[in-house]
Every structure is written in structure tokens, then in C-alpha cells.
Design a protein around this ligand. Structure first.
Ligand code: DGL
Length: 439
């Protein structure tokens, strides 16, 4: 036995002759807890034993000197045997599923409590057998990383792979992705894969598939169904719409953001409606305009220049922050996340003028998220405009950063960077800003 336990926990577990994965009863002065013995998290409290309960949740049980561990049954060695998937139905559409990591693309090892990537077609079909009735699936692991470790080179790799799949016989592409930065990746793919002929659907899950409240299976079913058949050929994100377990939203990739740390309905379309709502009875298109499946106007436009920055302004922030970062990172562009209608302190104006004179692009978005930037209302806004700041309408700050990296990779001159940043290219800005909550 090891499992990361030390001191008292280790002694109690050894005295019981228990090993990781065994079913045990932990008897403490607070109560009795029955479950499977899990490894201790490296940063977990040293006096807690981690159990996986029958309902799938993990708990930490605090133990004292007078606590006891009783071994109830030996663990069976972890054996995950994928159920043999049914032979693919040649009449069904063909969907490619690419795994990049995150919760949705992982499988829990019940013995160790760890998660590991699992995304062969058999794994997928045995985990979510319903998929075999929707499409012929081919699955591949492109990378296996938490999405906070993604960077523009990972976006580029993803885009290249999707590009080659879009040129093959598949009817749509699904990308399993960690949720934390899925909005950034969706925006990145939206700019690189312009007017794709088939849907490109990013999908994640907020709750791992070992938890009863997991959203993984339904999100995946909806994503594969949309990739297989939807008339909308855009890059989008497929996640639960609300708390109920029956409606999945398909959000436009440049308009979607994760707004909740743990809720299944964390993803919202901001300043527009989702592209469509999916239920088991069909797809309801919400968007007034969308790119249709099967067009011949597809363009693959790769490349990101990382010399860009997203800076959230706060009261009292010194303009020196911007000056130092500009020097250190050799910045060519900055997206400001300003207050309200698009403001930063007037103490920034000399720095902003200097950046403009040096050809560094500075664009303004709002921390408010909902609504659009309007820098003509207050004199401070007008001064910022005069200093060269470019208002970015109702574009999400995250999308504006990704777009800036993409624009910088294809425009050398300041005026061209400015023109592209202020132009709606793939639905990232413009339109009536919807009231909060509709997405
Ligand atoms: N940190 C997360 C990620 O974005 C893991 C959990 C998830 O998939 O949401 O990869």
C-alpha cells in the first residue's frame, strides 16, 4: 500500500491490510463511511482518507487516533474492457472525433482515482453506445493536455488536423476539449477555418463521466449528431444550455464564453443567440444568419503572432504595466478590457499615444461582456479615441485577443491591422446585442 498516505492514515490502512481500490469501512467518531479506497491527492489533507462512494462522488474522511479502517473486499484489478462496438452502419454519416484532453476525453481509473486519456472509437462507443446509431465514428488522440496548457501552437496543430479532415470524406468533425479555454480554441479555429464546408464542433464536460450528474455523454451525443447532420457549417461549441438534462446549445465559436466554474450550463453565447438548440427530437436553429453545409467558399487561413496581450484594467492600475510589458514582450498589439462603455484611466493617455506612434495596435473591449463599447459618450472615451484606441464593438475580449494574434500574423502595417480588427470577419462582432441571459 502506498497511495500517497503517510502517518496515521497510512498506519490505519496498513493495520486493516487494505490496498488502493479495496472496499473499506472507515469508522470514526463522526460516523462510518463505506467506499473504495482511493489514492490521496498530493495536496489533500494528511489526516483524511479518500473514498469513492457508491454514488460516484469522492469524499475525504477525517480520521483520529481512535478511528479504524476495516477491509470489506479486495479490489478486482482494474480491467476496462471496451464492449465490442457494433459493426459500423455504412448508411450513416461519418464523423471524426479528435481528442485534445480535458475531462470529456478522459476515463477515470477507479483503482487509483486518476484520469487518463481514452478515446479510441471502441472506448467512445462502449462509453456512449448511442453514438453508433448516429454516425460512423473514427476517433484519434491529437494531444492530451488540460486546456489551460493550450497555446497558439496547439490551436495551429488542431486547425491543421481539422483542415485535412474537412478535405476528406467525413461529414463533420468533433473536438473533445477541456472546458477552461474551449472558447479561445473555438475562436482560434473560427478565424483559421473560414466558411468550413462541414460543422466543426468543440465539446467538453463540466462533470467527469464517473459522476452521476455528468454532462459528458449528452454533450457528446449532441456534438456528434450536429457534426453528422446539421445544416450549419460553422465552428461552434456544444454544451448544456441550462440545468435540465435535455437541451444542448450549439454556440458560435467567436461568441461563446465559460461563465461558471462548475455548472453544467457554464457556457453562454454573449451578445447573440446560440446558433441552435439541440434536443433528442431535433435541432432548432436560432441564428438568423449562418454558414450552410456544403459551400465551396472554404478558406484555410493559418497562423498566429503571439506578440499580443489582453490586459484587464482595474482602478489604480499604473500605465507602467503596459509600458513594461510592451518592452519585455515586444508587443505589436494590445486588447484592453476596459470598464463600462470602454474606458481606462486618463493616466494611460500618454502611454497609449506613444504606442500608437510606434505602430502598436490598441483595441478596446468591455469587462461588462454584455452590450457594446461606445467611446463617444464620455469625454474620457473621446480622449482615448484621440490617443488612437480602436473600439471593438461588442466583441468578447477573449475573441478579440485571438483575432488580434491571427490578424498580426497576416498584416504588417498598422492601418491594415486596424482595418481587420474593426471589421466583422466571421460573426465575432456586430448585430443587435442581446440582453444578458439569452445565450
Ligand atoms: N482544467 C480543465 C481543462 O480545461 C479540466 C477540466 C475540464 O475539462 O473542464 O482541461
Amino acid at each position: 500500500m502506498d497511495g500517497g498516505y503517510t502517518g496515521l492514515c497510512r498506519r490505519l490502512i496498513s493495520e486493516a491490510g487494505a490496498s488502493i481500490g479495496d472496499e473499506v469501512l472507515v469508522v470514526t467518531r463522526k460516523g462510518e463511511y463505506r467506499g473504495f479506497l482511493m489514492m490521496r491527492y498530493e495536496l489533500g489533507a494528511a489526516d483524511h482518507i479518500v473514498l469513492k462512494l457508491a454514488n460516484g462522488y469522492n469524499i475525504g474522511v477525517k480520521v483520529w487516533d481512535d478511528s479504524r479502517v476495516v477491509k470489506l473486499s479486495e479490489s478486482r484489478p482494474p480491467s476496462f474492457r471496451a464492449v465490442e462496438p457494433p459493426p459500423p452502419d455504412p448508411g450513416l454519416p461519418h464523423v471524426a472525433v479528435i481528442s485534445t484532453g480535458g475531462t470529456i476525453a478522459s476515463r477515470v481509473d477507479y483503482r487509483t482515482g486518476g484520469v487518463r486519456p481514452a478515446l479510441t472509437a471502441s472506448d467512445l462507443l462502449s462509453a456512449v453506445p448511442e453514438l453508433s446509431g448516429i454516425a460512423r465514428i473514427s476517433a484519434e488522440v491529437l494531444m492530451s493536455i488540460y486546456s489551460e496548457n493550450m497555446n497558439p501552437r496547439n490551436w495551429a496543430l488542431m486547425a491543421e488536423r481539422v483542415d485535412s479532415l474537412l478535405r476528406s470524406d467525413v461529414d463533420g468533425v468533433v473536438i473533445a476539449h477541456g472546458t477552461d479555454t474551449m472558447g479561445y480554441s473555438a475562436a482560434a479555429l473560427s478565424f483559421v477555418l473560414q466558411q468550413p464546408p462541414k460543422p466543426v464542433v468543440l465539446v467538453g464536460s463540466q462533470r467527469s463521466s464517473d459522476r452521476p450528474s455528468s454532462d459528458a455523454a449528452l454533450n457528446l451525443v449532441a456534438a456528434v449528431d450536429i457534426a453528422a447532420k446539421a445544416p450549419i457549417a460553422e465552428v461552434g461549441v456544444c454544451m448544456h444550455l441550462g440545468h435540465s438534462d435535455d437541451v444542448i446549445a450549439f454556440h458560435r465559436g467567436v461568441r461563446v464564453v465559460k461563465l461558471h466554474t462548475s455548472s453544467r450550463s457554464a457556457f453562454k453565447s454573449v451578445n447573440c443567440e446560440p446558433l441552435a438548440l439541440w434536443t433528442r427530437s431535433g435541432l432548432k436553429i436560432q441564428a438568423e444568419k449562418y454558414h450552410r453545409r456544403g459551400g465551396d467558399d472554404y478558406r484555410f487561413m493559418p497562423g498566429f503572432d503571439e506578440r499580443a496581450l489582453l490586459l484587464k484594467f482595474y482602478p489604480g492600475m499604473s500605465p507602467e504595466v503596459l509600458e513594461v510589458l510592451r518592452e519585455r514582450l515586444c508587443l505589436r498589439g494590445v486588447v484592453l478590457e476596459g470598464t463600462g462603455l470602454g474606458h481606462v484611466s486618463s493616466s494611460f493617455i500618454p502611454t497609449l499615444k506613444r504606442l500608437r506612434d510606434e505602430g502598436v495596435f490598441v483595441g478596446m473591449t468591455s469587462q461588462c461582456r454584455y452590450g457594446r463599447v461606445d467611446m463617444l459618450v464620455y469625454d474620457n472615451g473621446r480622449d482615448l479615441l484621440r490617443a488612437g484606441v480602436v473600439p471593438l464593438d461588442n466583441m468578447l475580449a477573449e475573441t478579440a485577443l485571438v483575432k488580434l494574434m491571427w490578424v498580426l500574423a497576416r498584416a504588417e502595417e498598422y492601418e491594415e491591422v486596424k482595418r481587420l480588427m474593426a471589421t466583422n470577419l466571421v460573426g465575432e462582432m456586430g448585430g443587435r446585442s442581446m440582453p444578458e441571459g439569452v445565450g
